[in-house]
Design a protein around this ligand. Structure first.
Ligand code: HEM
Length: 458
């Protein structure tokens, strides 16, 4: 019989409450990274009888990603989002009718052809952002906020034909700020223990109820307006309203459509804007890499005018793509994902999982596994040269998750990021603040906190 090992736990277990020492409310993922260095590829906190298992070693993750034995686990932070996103694709349980129908209907909205259809909207939105920068010359701009304007406009326009007017005014659209507040509330209330979670007061709870009601009413209005209008749109909302699930012949119900619209705003906005922000930080601090990105885009668009790239030109910017891949390796905007055992099973190292046991795969650590070589902290896009990718097992790089529940928006995000980075580097020198050192903040996603850059026209 195979030998079984006990999953290690952090030192200093307390009576009754268990492994609460050393948790970090503000930076849980970065703390988990440190704990993995101490405890190895897998460890478990048991808090008042509840198991929280963290995994990050390449061999263990290879097993946890095996779709025949494990599946997505709707972990507490995800379940908490249901208040806001209902049973949208990201929050739905595996194999439910709502997930299957929405997945079937929406997959065609994320094919290469569909991306071709979004390209002009993405380009026009980016042009508006850069125009707004040109009206504020010589200023150091708050990078995550600027990138968030871009990504929320792009998903709003490609998703359901709504602009938030982000480039016309300084303050954030009330819809976008309500989403941000509701996300923040949801994540803070997902921390399991009151002594560790920030105590959320009644005023915040009331605000949250108001925010969710407001968000739903805006989305309902958008759907009503679309139903009453006459024009055709090639966006995700039209896809959901006009195309039945091919398996059942039934259209998505109204609530399902509303949940998906909110889901795209949650899943498609912050992840992409944070990844872009990390990439800009890394380019600003690695001028030799930025020079190669610039050489690549200059070869396609030698003129100094703003590049008007076609869809195919963007997808051929291979070095820019490697910069994005390497950015998502070092700083995966989604820091991890949950997996649960479908049946009793054992993973590499002899660790037992009973059916229903779950683990959080920390990408932050998996992407720094020894398989990446001796200096995993170094930013080196050439790790993603085709020959280097081929030499590594596929399961050690999973910034978009794994299996059937992996990210439906992957190509959308990659195209948007390639287009934005190449265009920005073509137009501007990225000037970093010499006193800034990277500080990574955590909510549902990772983001560079307090990052400012000056975008100086070339
Ligand atoms: C850099 C950008 C992005 C990153 C790093 C990212 C990452 C991820 C990850 C790791 C998952 C799996 C979550 C899990 O297993 O629980 C996921 C799922 C998902 N993502 Fe993304 N994402 C990005 C952009 C987008 C965009 C642009 C969209 C929409 C336009 C999107 C929509 C979704 C949806 C709907 C799911 C749930 C899929 C399902 O379970 O069927 N994401 N994403």
């Amino acid at each position: 019989m195979a030998e079984h090992n006990t999953i290690p736990h952090p030192p200093k277990r307390l009576p009754i409450v268990g492994d609460v020492l050393g948790m970090d409310r503000a930076k849980p993922n970065q703390k988990t990274l440190v704990m993995h260095e101490l405890l190895g590829p897998i460890y478990r906190r048991t808090i008042m009888g509840m198991h929280l298992t963290f995994a990050s070693g390449a061999d263990v993750v290879a097993d946890l990603n095996d779709e025949t034995r494990f599946r997505k686990h709707v972990g507490r932070p995800i379940a908490q989002l249901r208040e806001l996103a209902g049973n949208g694709l990201f929050t739905a349980d595996n194999g439910t009718g709502a997930w299957t129908a929405a997945h079937n209907v929406l997959v065609p909205g994320f094919t290469k052809d569909a991306m071709r259809g979004y390209h002009d909207t993405m380009s026009a939105t980016l042009a508006e952002l850069l125009k707004s920068w040109d009206q504020r010359p010589s200023q150091a701009l708050d990078v995550t906020s600027e990138m968030s304007k871009l990504t929320s406009e792009v998903i709003g326009r490609c998703g359901f034909g709504r602009s938030f007017g982000s480039f016309d005014r300084d303050e954030v659209d009330p819809f976008v700020s309500a989403i941000q507040r509701a996300l923040d509330y949801s994540q803070r209330s997902s921390i399991p223990l009151p002594i560790l979670g920030k105590l959320l007061g009644r005023a915040e709870a009331r605000q949250n109820v108001e925010d969710i009601a407001y968000l739903r009413s805006v989305v309902d209005d958008v759907i009503d307006a679309r139903l009453q209008g006459t024009g055709t749109h090639s966006d995700l909302l039209d896809l959901m309203l006009n195309n039945p699930d091919p398996d059942t012949g039934k259209n998505l119900d109204r609530e399902n459509i509303r949940d998906q619209v909110i889901t795209f705003l949650i899943a498609g906005n912050e992840t992409t804007s944070n990844a872009l922000s990390f990439a800009l930080h890394l380019l600003a601090t690695h001028p030799e890499v930025a020079a190669q990105v610039r050489a690549e885009i200059d070869a396609v668009w030698p003129d100094r005018s703003r590049p008007q790239l076609s869809f195919d030109q963007v997808s051929k910017l291979r070095y820019t793509r490697r910069v994005i891949d390497e950015t998502l390796r070092l700083w995966p905007a989604a820091p991890g994902y949950f997996r649960e055992a479908i049946e009793d099973t054992t993973v590499a190292g002899g660790y037992e999982f009973k059916a229903g046991d779950w683990a959080f795969i920390l990408l932050l650590r998996l992407h720094r596994d020894p398989v990446w070589g001796p200096d995993p902290e170094r930013f080196d896009p050439d790790r993603f040269l085709p020959e280097n990718v081929k030499a590594r097992p596929g399961h050690v790089y999973k910034p978009f998750g794994t299996g059937i529940r992996s990210c439906i928006g992957r190509q959308f995000a990659l195209h948007e990021m390639q287009l934005a980075l190449a265009t920005i580097v073509h137009q501007y020198d990225l000037v970093a603040d010499p006193d800034y050192s990277l500080e990574v903040a955590e909510l549902l996603t990772l983001r560079p906190a307090g990052l400012k850059l000056e975008f100086r026209p070339r």
